[in-house]
Design a protein around this ligand. Structure first.
Ligand code: MRU
Length: 351
Protein backbone atom coordinates (compact mmCIF):
# COMPACT_ATOMS: atom_id res chain seq x y z
CA UNK A 1 0.00 0.00 0.00
CA UNK A 2 2.86 2.43 0.75
CA UNK A 3 4.18 2.13 -2.83
CA UNK A 4 0.96 3.58 -4.25
CA UNK A 5 1.69 6.85 -6.06
CA UNK A 6 -0.87 9.64 -5.89
CA UNK A 7 -1.03 13.33 -6.79
CA UNK A 8 0.40 14.28 -3.38
CA UNK A 9 3.13 11.69 -2.81
CA UNK A 10 3.91 8.02 -2.50
CA UNK A 11 1.27 6.61 -0.19
CA UNK A 12 -2.05 4.87 -0.58
CA UNK A 13 -5.06 7.15 -0.43
CA UNK A 14 -8.68 6.31 -1.30
CA UNK A 15 -9.11 9.82 -2.76
CA UNK A 16 -7.26 10.77 -5.91
CA UNK A 17 -7.44 14.06 -7.82
CA UNK A 18 -6.75 13.12 -11.43
CA UNK A 19 -5.03 16.19 -12.93
CA UNK A 20 -5.31 14.85 -16.48
CA UNK A 21 -9.10 14.84 -16.46
CA UNK A 22 -9.49 17.34 -13.61
CA UNK A 23 -11.85 14.99 -11.76
CA UNK A 24 -12.02 13.18 -8.43
CA UNK A 25 -11.43 9.44 -8.33
CA UNK A 26 -12.48 7.33 -5.35
CA UNK A 27 -11.88 3.69 -4.61
CA UNK A 28 -15.37 2.20 -4.44
CA UNK A 29 -15.60 1.02 -0.81
CA UNK A 30 -18.95 -0.66 -1.47
CA UNK A 31 -17.25 -3.18 -3.74
CA UNK A 32 -14.22 -4.00 -1.58
CA UNK A 33 -12.84 -6.57 -0.95
CA UNK A 34 -14.42 -8.41 -3.89
CA UNK A 35 -13.49 -5.82 -6.50
CA UNK A 36 -10.85 -3.06 -6.48
CA UNK A 37 -12.66 -0.52 -8.59
CA UNK A 38 -12.15 3.26 -8.86
CA UNK A 39 -15.05 5.50 -9.76
CA UNK A 40 -14.83 8.98 -11.23
CA UNK A 41 -16.74 11.94 -9.79
CA UNK A 42 -16.88 14.50 -12.57
CA UNK A 43 -19.20 16.93 -10.79
CA UNK A 44 -19.73 18.20 -7.27
CA UNK A 45 -23.03 16.29 -7.20
CA UNK A 46 -21.20 13.06 -7.99
CA UNK A 47 -18.86 13.72 -5.07
CA UNK A 48 -21.72 14.52 -2.67
CA UNK A 49 -23.55 11.36 -3.72
CA UNK A 50 -20.40 9.28 -3.21
CA UNK A 51 -20.28 10.49 0.42
CA UNK A 52 -23.98 9.88 1.04
CA UNK A 53 -23.90 6.41 -0.56
CA UNK A 54 -20.72 5.48 1.36
CA UNK A 55 -18.54 4.90 -1.70
CA UNK A 56 -16.16 6.97 0.42
CA UNK A 57 -16.59 6.89 4.20
CA UNK A 58 -14.71 7.46 7.44
CA UNK A 59 -14.81 10.92 9.05
CA UNK A 60 -11.53 12.36 7.71
CA UNK A 61 -12.08 10.92 4.19
CA UNK A 62 -15.58 12.46 4.12
CA UNK A 63 -14.13 15.89 4.98
CA UNK A 64 -11.41 15.62 2.33
CA UNK A 65 -13.85 14.46 -0.37
CA UNK A 66 -16.18 17.35 0.47
CA UNK A 67 -13.28 19.80 0.08
CA UNK A 68 -12.51 18.50 -3.44
CA UNK A 69 -16.26 18.54 -4.16
CA UNK A 70 -16.44 22.20 -3.11
CA UNK A 71 -13.69 22.97 -5.65
CA UNK A 72 -15.78 21.23 -8.31
CA UNK A 73 -18.82 23.26 -7.24
CA UNK A 74 -16.84 26.52 -7.56
CA UNK A 75 -15.79 25.44 -11.06
CA UNK A 76 -19.45 24.76 -11.95
CA UNK A 77 -20.42 28.30 -10.92
CA UNK A 78 -22.52 27.09 -7.97
CA UNK A 79 -22.85 29.57 -5.10
CA UNK A 80 -20.81 28.82 -1.99
CA UNK A 81 -23.97 28.55 0.14
CA UNK A 82 -25.67 26.06 -2.17
CA UNK A 83 -22.54 23.92 -2.37
CA UNK A 84 -22.02 24.01 1.39
CA UNK A 85 -25.64 22.96 2.00
CA UNK A 86 -25.38 20.11 -0.49
CA UNK A 87 -22.33 18.65 1.30
CA UNK A 88 -23.56 19.44 4.84
CA UNK A 89 -26.62 17.26 4.18
CA UNK A 90 -24.65 14.17 3.19
CA UNK A 91 -23.61 12.73 6.57
CA UNK A 92 -24.40 14.63 9.77
CA UNK A 93 -22.23 12.98 12.45
CA UNK A 94 -18.65 13.28 11.16
CA UNK A 95 -17.51 16.71 12.35
CA UNK A 96 -14.55 16.64 9.95
CA UNK A 97 -17.06 17.36 7.18
CA UNK A 98 -18.17 20.60 8.86
CA UNK A 99 -14.59 21.47 9.78
CA UNK A 100 -13.60 21.13 6.09
CA UNK A 101 -16.59 23.24 4.95
CA UNK A 102 -15.56 25.88 7.47
CA UNK A 103 -12.09 26.02 5.96
CA UNK A 104 -13.63 26.29 2.48
CA UNK A 105 -15.64 29.28 3.74
CA UNK A 106 -12.42 31.02 4.81
CA UNK A 107 -10.89 30.59 1.34
CA UNK A 108 -11.53 32.51 -1.90
CA UNK A 109 -14.48 30.98 -3.77
CA UNK A 110 -12.64 30.01 -6.96
CA UNK A 111 -11.79 26.60 -8.40
CA UNK A 112 -8.04 27.13 -8.12
CA UNK A 113 -8.08 28.35 -4.51
CA UNK A 114 -10.53 25.66 -3.36
CA UNK A 115 -8.60 22.89 -5.13
CA UNK A 116 -5.36 24.03 -3.54
CA UNK A 117 -7.10 24.02 -0.16
CA UNK A 118 -8.50 20.50 -0.72
CA UNK A 119 -5.01 19.21 -1.52
CA UNK A 120 -3.63 20.91 1.58
CA UNK A 121 -6.34 19.42 3.82
CA UNK A 122 -5.71 16.01 2.24
CA UNK A 123 -1.93 16.05 2.73
CA UNK A 124 -2.24 17.51 6.24
CA UNK A 125 -4.53 14.64 7.21
CA UNK A 126 -2.02 12.04 6.01
CA UNK A 127 0.80 13.81 7.88
CA UNK A 128 -1.28 14.10 11.05
CA UNK A 129 -1.99 10.37 10.88
CA UNK A 130 1.73 9.56 10.86
CA UNK A 131 2.16 11.61 14.04
CA UNK A 132 -0.94 10.04 15.61
CA UNK A 133 0.46 6.58 14.86
CA UNK A 134 3.78 7.39 16.56
CA UNK A 135 2.04 8.87 19.59
CA UNK A 136 -0.39 5.96 19.97
CA UNK A 137 2.15 3.19 19.46
CA UNK A 138 4.66 4.77 21.87
CA UNK A 139 1.95 5.30 24.50
CA UNK A 140 0.80 1.68 24.28
CA UNK A 141 4.30 0.21 24.40
CA UNK A 142 5.07 2.30 27.48
CA UNK A 143 1.76 1.24 29.02
CA UNK A 144 2.37 -2.45 28.29
CA UNK A 145 5.88 -2.16 29.77
CA UNK A 146 4.41 -0.79 32.97
CA UNK A 147 1.73 -3.52 33.23
CA UNK A 148 4.06 -6.37 32.25
CA UNK A 149 2.01 -7.22 29.11
CA UNK A 150 5.07 -6.60 26.97
CA UNK A 151 6.58 -9.74 28.50
CA UNK A 152 3.99 -11.83 26.63
CA UNK A 153 4.90 -13.63 23.42
CA UNK A 154 1.79 -12.40 21.61
CA UNK A 155 0.18 -8.97 21.80
CA UNK A 156 -3.45 -8.79 20.67
CA UNK A 157 -5.50 -5.70 19.88
CA UNK A 158 -9.11 -5.37 18.83
CA UNK A 159 -10.54 -2.76 16.47
CA UNK A 160 -13.99 -1.85 15.21
CA UNK A 161 -15.17 -0.52 11.86
CA UNK A 162 -12.48 0.73 9.48
CA UNK A 163 -10.13 3.52 10.48
CA UNK A 164 -7.35 2.78 8.05
CA UNK A 165 -6.01 4.49 4.95
CA UNK A 166 -9.43 3.90 3.40
CA UNK A 167 -11.13 6.09 6.02
CA UNK A 168 -8.65 8.97 5.85
CA UNK A 169 -6.26 10.87 3.58
CA UNK A 170 -3.85 7.98 4.09
CA UNK A 171 -2.24 5.69 6.72
CA UNK A 172 -5.25 5.77 9.07
CA UNK A 173 -6.01 6.64 12.68
CA UNK A 174 -6.67 3.63 14.96
CA UNK A 175 -5.57 1.30 12.19
CA UNK A 176 -2.61 3.63 11.57
CA UNK A 177 -1.50 3.06 15.19
CA UNK A 178 -1.97 -0.67 14.59
CA UNK A 179 0.24 -0.51 11.46
CA UNK A 180 2.99 1.30 13.38
CA UNK A 181 2.62 -1.05 16.37
CA UNK A 182 2.99 -4.02 14.04
CA UNK A 183 6.34 -2.68 12.82
CA UNK A 184 7.60 -1.88 16.32
CA UNK A 185 6.48 -5.15 17.94
CA UNK A 186 7.77 -7.28 15.07
CA UNK A 187 11.18 -5.64 15.49
CA UNK A 188 11.01 -6.56 19.17
CA UNK A 189 10.42 -10.20 18.20
CA UNK A 190 6.79 -10.24 19.34
CA UNK A 191 3.87 -11.82 17.59
CA UNK A 192 1.14 -9.26 16.88
CA UNK A 193 -2.50 -10.19 16.27
CA UNK A 194 -5.45 -8.01 15.35
CA UNK A 195 -9.08 -8.94 15.97
CA UNK A 196 -11.22 -7.09 13.43
CA UNK A 197 -14.89 -6.74 14.37
CA UNK A 198 -16.99 -7.37 11.27
CA UNK A 199 -19.06 -4.21 12.10
CA UNK A 200 -22.64 -4.85 11.10
CA UNK A 201 -24.49 -3.67 9.11
CA UNK A 202 -22.00 -2.17 6.61
CA UNK A 203 -19.26 -4.67 7.42
CA UNK A 204 -16.46 -2.11 7.32
CA UNK A 205 -14.37 -4.38 9.56
CA UNK A 206 -14.84 -7.63 7.64
CA UNK A 207 -14.59 -6.02 4.22
CA UNK A 208 -12.25 -3.04 4.59
CA UNK A 209 -10.11 -3.49 7.71
CA UNK A 210 -9.39 -7.11 6.77
CA UNK A 211 -8.52 -5.98 3.21
CA UNK A 212 -6.04 -3.43 4.56
CA UNK A 213 -4.52 -5.81 7.12
CA UNK A 214 -4.04 -8.41 4.42
CA UNK A 215 -2.22 -5.90 2.20
CA UNK A 216 -0.03 -4.98 5.18
CA UNK A 217 0.63 -8.65 5.97
CA UNK A 218 -0.60 -8.20 9.55
CA UNK A 219 -1.95 -11.34 11.20
CA UNK A 220 -5.65 -10.91 11.90
CA UNK A 221 -8.90 -12.68 12.60
CA UNK A 222 -12.26 -11.33 11.53
CA UNK A 223 -14.75 -11.82 14.34
CA UNK A 224 -18.47 -11.05 14.49
CA UNK A 225 -19.42 -8.16 16.72
CA UNK A 226 -20.95 -10.41 19.38
CA UNK A 227 -17.65 -12.28 19.97
CA UNK A 228 -15.74 -9.38 21.55
CA UNK A 229 -16.41 -10.33 25.20
CA UNK A 230 -15.50 -13.96 24.48
CA UNK A 231 -12.03 -12.96 23.27
CA UNK A 232 -11.42 -10.14 25.73
CA UNK A 233 -9.18 -12.12 28.10
CA UNK A 234 -6.59 -12.20 25.28
CA UNK A 235 -6.93 -8.54 24.28
CA UNK A 236 -4.25 -6.03 25.32
CA UNK A 237 -5.98 -2.91 23.97
CA UNK A 238 -9.00 -1.77 22.00
CA UNK A 239 -8.39 0.97 19.45
CA UNK A 240 -11.20 2.75 17.63
CA UNK A 241 -11.68 5.98 15.72
CA UNK A 242 -14.07 8.89 16.19
CA UNK A 243 -16.63 10.75 14.14
CA UNK A 244 -17.02 13.51 16.69
CA UNK A 245 -15.42 14.08 20.09
CA UNK A 246 -17.41 16.46 22.30
CA UNK A 247 -15.77 19.03 24.59
CA UNK A 248 -16.16 16.74 27.64
CA UNK A 249 -14.56 13.76 25.84
CA UNK A 250 -17.79 11.87 25.02
CA UNK A 251 -17.16 10.33 21.59
CA UNK A 252 -19.44 9.35 18.72
CA UNK A 253 -18.12 6.48 16.62
CA UNK A 254 -19.47 3.56 14.60
CA UNK A 255 -22.43 1.79 16.17
CA UNK A 256 -21.11 -0.93 18.47
CA UNK A 257 -18.26 1.14 19.89
CA UNK A 258 -20.12 1.93 23.13
CA UNK A 259 -20.71 -1.74 23.99
CA UNK A 260 -17.01 -2.44 23.39
CA UNK A 261 -16.06 0.25 25.89
CA UNK A 262 -18.25 -1.44 28.52
CA UNK A 263 -16.61 -4.81 27.85
CA UNK A 264 -13.17 -3.15 28.03
CA UNK A 265 -13.98 -1.70 31.47
CA UNK A 266 -15.15 -5.08 32.75
CA UNK A 267 -11.84 -6.67 31.71
CA UNK A 268 -9.65 -3.63 32.57
CA UNK A 269 -8.47 -3.41 28.96
CA UNK A 270 -7.24 0.04 27.79
CA UNK A 271 -9.83 1.60 25.49
CA UNK A 272 -8.31 4.20 23.16
CA UNK A 273 -10.00 6.69 20.88
CA UNK A 274 -7.63 7.58 18.05
CA UNK A 275 -8.43 10.67 15.98
CA UNK A 276 -6.96 13.89 14.59
CA UNK A 277 -7.86 17.11 16.39
CA UNK A 278 -10.10 17.88 13.38
CA UNK A 279 -12.51 15.30 14.86
CA UNK A 280 -12.89 17.31 18.09
CA UNK A 281 -15.92 19.60 18.30
CA UNK A 282 -15.14 22.00 21.13
CA UNK A 283 -18.48 23.75 20.51
CA UNK A 284 -20.35 20.55 21.37
CA UNK A 285 -20.63 20.29 25.18
CA UNK A 286 -21.27 16.54 25.46
CA UNK A 287 -22.46 13.40 23.70
CA UNK A 288 -26.15 14.32 23.99
CA UNK A 289 -25.56 17.20 21.57
CA UNK A 290 -23.97 15.05 18.84
CA UNK A 291 -26.36 14.46 15.91
CA UNK A 292 -26.61 10.73 15.23
CA UNK A 293 -27.20 9.70 11.64
CA UNK A 294 -30.09 7.25 11.27
CA UNK A 295 -29.76 5.33 8.02
CA UNK A 296 -32.25 3.21 6.14
CA UNK A 297 -33.70 0.09 7.78
CA UNK A 298 -33.12 -1.72 4.48
CA UNK A 299 -29.40 -1.69 5.27
CA UNK A 300 -30.15 -3.88 8.30
CA UNK A 301 -32.70 -6.16 6.67
CA UNK A 302 -30.54 -6.84 3.63
CA UNK A 303 -26.86 -7.65 3.26
CA UNK A 304 -25.48 -6.02 0.16
CA UNK A 305 -22.08 -6.89 -1.19
CA UNK A 306 -20.58 -6.46 -4.65
CA UNK A 307 -23.94 -5.91 -6.30
CA UNK A 308 -25.67 -8.86 -4.55
CA UNK A 309 -28.53 -8.02 -2.20
CA UNK A 310 -29.60 -10.78 0.16
CA UNK A 311 -32.63 -10.48 2.43
CA UNK A 312 -31.96 -11.64 6.00
CA UNK A 313 -35.10 -10.45 7.85
CA UNK A 314 -38.82 -10.60 7.06
CA UNK A 315 -40.02 -7.77 4.78
CA UNK A 316 -42.80 -6.91 7.28
CA UNK A 317 -40.40 -6.46 10.23
CA UNK A 318 -39.28 -2.98 11.15
CA UNK A 319 -35.59 -2.37 11.72
CA UNK A 320 -33.49 0.47 13.17
CA UNK A 321 -30.17 1.70 11.91
CA UNK A 322 -28.42 4.34 14.00
CA UNK A 323 -25.04 4.57 12.26
CA UNK A 324 -23.16 5.73 15.38
CA UNK A 325 -23.31 5.58 19.16
CA UNK A 326 -21.72 7.68 21.87
CA UNK A 327 -19.14 6.33 24.29
CA UNK A 328 -19.16 8.30 27.55
CA UNK A 329 -15.86 9.95 28.46
CA UNK A 330 -15.54 7.92 31.68
CA UNK A 331 -15.19 4.69 29.67
CA UNK A 332 -12.33 6.08 27.54
CA UNK A 333 -8.81 5.44 28.82
CA UNK A 334 -7.15 8.00 26.55
CA UNK A 335 -7.58 9.98 23.34
CA UNK A 336 -4.67 9.78 20.90
CA UNK A 337 -4.21 12.81 18.63
CA UNK A 338 -1.41 14.22 16.48
CA UNK A 339 -0.67 16.65 19.33
CA UNK A 340 -0.33 14.02 22.01
CA UNK A 341 -2.20 11.47 24.10
CA UNK A 342 -4.59 12.92 26.66
CA UNK A 343 -7.25 11.79 29.11
CA UNK A 344 -10.78 12.67 27.94
CA UNK A 345 -11.04 15.38 30.61
CA UNK A 346 -7.78 16.96 29.43
CA UNK A 347 -8.90 17.69 25.85
CA UNK A 348 -8.15 21.39 26.32
CA UNK A 349 -4.43 20.50 26.18
CA UNK A 350 -4.70 19.72 22.45
CA UNK A 351 -6.96 22.66 21.54
O1 MRU B 1 -20.10 5.01 8.59
P1 MRU B 1 -18.61 5.12 8.43
O2 MRU B 1 -17.99 3.94 7.76
O3 MRU B 1 -18.25 6.43 7.78
O4 MRU B 1 -18.08 5.17 9.93
C1 MRU B 1 -16.69 5.25 10.14
C2 MRU B 1 -16.32 5.28 11.58
O5 MRU B 1 -17.14 5.20 12.45
C3 MRU B 1 -14.88 5.49 11.88
O6 MRU B 1 -14.53 4.85 13.07
C4 MRU B 1 -14.61 7.00 12.04
O7 MRU B 1 -15.18 7.71 11.00
C5 MRU B 1 -13.16 7.28 12.09
S1 MRU B 1 -12.35 6.93 10.57
C6 MRU B 1 -10.72 7.34 10.77
Amino acid sequence: MEKFKNHLGNFFTPIYWNEKIAALELINQLELPIKEEWITCKTSQDSARAIKDMIVRGAPAIGITAAYGMAQAAREGMSFEKARDMFAKTRPTAVNLFWALERCAETEWSFEAQLELAKRIHLEDYEMNLRIAENGANWLIKHWKSTGSLGKKTITVLTHCNTGALATGGWGTALGVIRTLHKMLTQMGKEFVVLADETRPYLQGARLTAWELLKEEIKHYVITDNMAAFFMKDVDAILVGADRIANNGDTANKIGTFQLSIVAKHFSVPFLIVAPTTSIDFSCPNGDSIPIEERSQEEVKFVKIAGERIQIAPSESLARHPAFDVTPAELITAIVTEKGVVKPNELRKVK
